[in-house]
Design a protein around this ligand. Structure first.
Ligand SMILES: NC(=O)c1ccc[n+]([C@@H]2O[C@H](COP(=O)([O-])OP(=O)(O)OC[C@H]3O[C@@H](n4cnc5c(N)ncnc54)[C@H](O)[C@@H]3O)[C@@H](O)[C@H]2O)c1
Length: 305
C-alpha cells in the first residue's frame, strides 16, 4: 500500500484530500498544528479513522518522526489569508517559507519518493494576459503569494541539489464543503453563509472582476494524478479553465438559494487582482486532468453541506 502524508491535513483541502485518498486505497496520515483548522474537518478525519499527528511544520524533529515510512508527501500546510499577510507578513514567511524548507529537507533526508507542493495562482500576481499558463511571469502582490513562490524555489532547489522528485500544483480559487471564510478563497462560502442567514452577499468593487473557481473534489483528482505521472519536476495550473465574474457568481448562488434580491456592494479591496483564469492545457495533457464538476453542481455541494 502507498503511504501518503498530508501536511495541513486538518485544513479544508487537506481533509477533503485525506478522505478521498483513503477511499482510493491509499494509507493516509495527516499532520497539522491546528492553528487554522476547523473543528468540522478534524471531526471528519476522526470519523474516517484517518490518523492526525499534531505537529508544527517548522519543527524538524517532529516532522521527521511523523513522516518516517511515507512514500509520498502532499505539502498543503500554510497560512492562506492574503489580507492578513499584507497586515502581518512575518508569520507568513515563518509558516510558509521556513515550514516548507523543513518539510522539503525532511523529504530529502527520508528519501521520500515524491513531494507534491500545493502552491497558488497568487504567485502570478496581476496577470498580464488571461488565461494564465505556467510560463506567465511570477510577480506576487502579497506576502502570501511571495511565500508560496519562495516555497516553490525551495522545492526546486532540493530537487536540483539532492535529486528530490516533486510536482508543483498552482491552485486557483478552490471551493467546496469544509472551507473557512478567510481571504478571497472563501468568497463562495461567504456568499452562501450570508444567504443562509437571510442576508445579501457583499461584493467588493463593481463585481466585474473575474476568478477561476475549481471544486475541491476536482483538486483531489489532480493531486492524485500527480502521484502517478511520469512527468515529475514540473509545475501545473489547477483550475477549471473558466473565467467567472463575481457578480455572475453571486447571481448564480442567489438563484440556487431562491433569493429574490440584489447583492450589495462595498468599496474595492486594496491589492486585489482584476482578472484571473487558468490555462490548464498542460495539466490536461500531462496529468490527464479534466475537471468534472460544473460551477453550479459544485455550488450545490456547498449549499447542501
Ligand atoms: N483554498 C484555496 O482556494 C487555495 C488556493 C490556492 C492554493 N491553496 C493552497 O492550498 C493549501 C491548503 O489551503 P486550505 O484552503 O486548505 O487552507 P486551510 O487554512 O483550510 O488549511 C491549511 C492548514 O494548514 C495548517 N497549518 C498552518 N500552518 C501550519 C504549521 N506551521 N504547521 C502545521 N500546520 C499548519 C492549518 O492549521 C490548516 O489546518 C495551502 O498551501 C494554500 O496555499 C489554497
Amino acid at each position: 500500500m502507498v503511504n501518503v502524508v498530508i501536511t495541513g491535513g486538518a485544513g479544508f483541502i487537506g481533509s477533503n484530500l485525506a478522505v478521498f485518498l483513503k477511499s482510493c486505497g491509499y494509507n493516509v496520515m495527516c499532520i497539522d498544528n491546528l492553528s487554522r483548522s476547523q473543528e468540522r474537518n478534524v471531526r471528519l478525519l476522526s470519523l474516517k479513522n484517518i490518523p492526525l499527528h499534531l505537529a508544527d511544520i517548522r519543527d524538524y524533529n517532529k516532522i521527521f518522526d511523523s513522516m518516517k515510512g511515507c512514500d509520498i508527501v502532499v505539502h498543503a500546510a500554510a497560512l492562506i489569508d492574503v489580507e492578513e499577510s499584507l497586515r502581518d507578513p512575518i508569520p507568513y514567511f515563518e509558516n510558509n517559507v521556513v515550514g516548507t524548507s523543513v518539510v522539503t529537507k525532511v523529504c530529502v533526508d527520508l528519501g521520500v519518493e515524491r513531494l507534491v507542493y500545493i502552491s497558488s495562482a497568487a504567485v502570478y500576481g496581476d496577470p498580464v494576459k488571461v488565461p494564465v499558463d505556467e510560463n506567465h511571469p511570477t510577480n506576487p502582490l502579497s506576502p502570501y503569494g511571495l511565500s508560496k513562490l519562495l516555497g516553490e524555489h525551495i522545492v526546486e532547489f532540493y530537487s536540483r541539489i539532492n535529486g528530490l522528485k516533486y510536482i508543483i500544483l498552482r491552485l486557483f480559487n478552490v471551493f467546496g464543503p469544509g472551507q473557512g471564510i478567510s481571504g478571497y478563497a472563501g468568497v463562495i462560502t461567504k456568499f452562501v453563509n450570508c444567504l443562509k442567514n437571510g442576508r445579501r452577499p457583499i461584493i467588493f468593487g463593481d463585481g466585474l472582476q473575474t476568478r477561476d473557481f475549481i471544486h475541491v473534489n476536482d483538486v483531489c483528482h489532480a493531486i492524485e494524478a500527480s502521484f502517478k505521472t511520469k512527468h515529475v519536476n514540473e509545475k501545473f495550473n489547477v483550475g477549471s479553465g473558466n473565467e467567472v465574474k463575481i457578480i455572475d457568481l453571486a447571481k448564480m448562488i442567489m438563484s440556487i438559494a431562491n433569493f429574490d434580491g440584489e447583492p450589495s456592494f462595498a468599496p474595492k479591496r486594496v491589492g486585489e487582482i482584476r482578472f484571473s483564469c487558468a490555462d490548464i492545457s498542460k495539466a490536461k495533457k500531462l496529468l490527464n486532468f479534466y475537471p468534472k464538476l460544473s460551477l453550479e453542481e459544485g455550488l450545490r455541494t456547498v449549499f447542501n453541506a
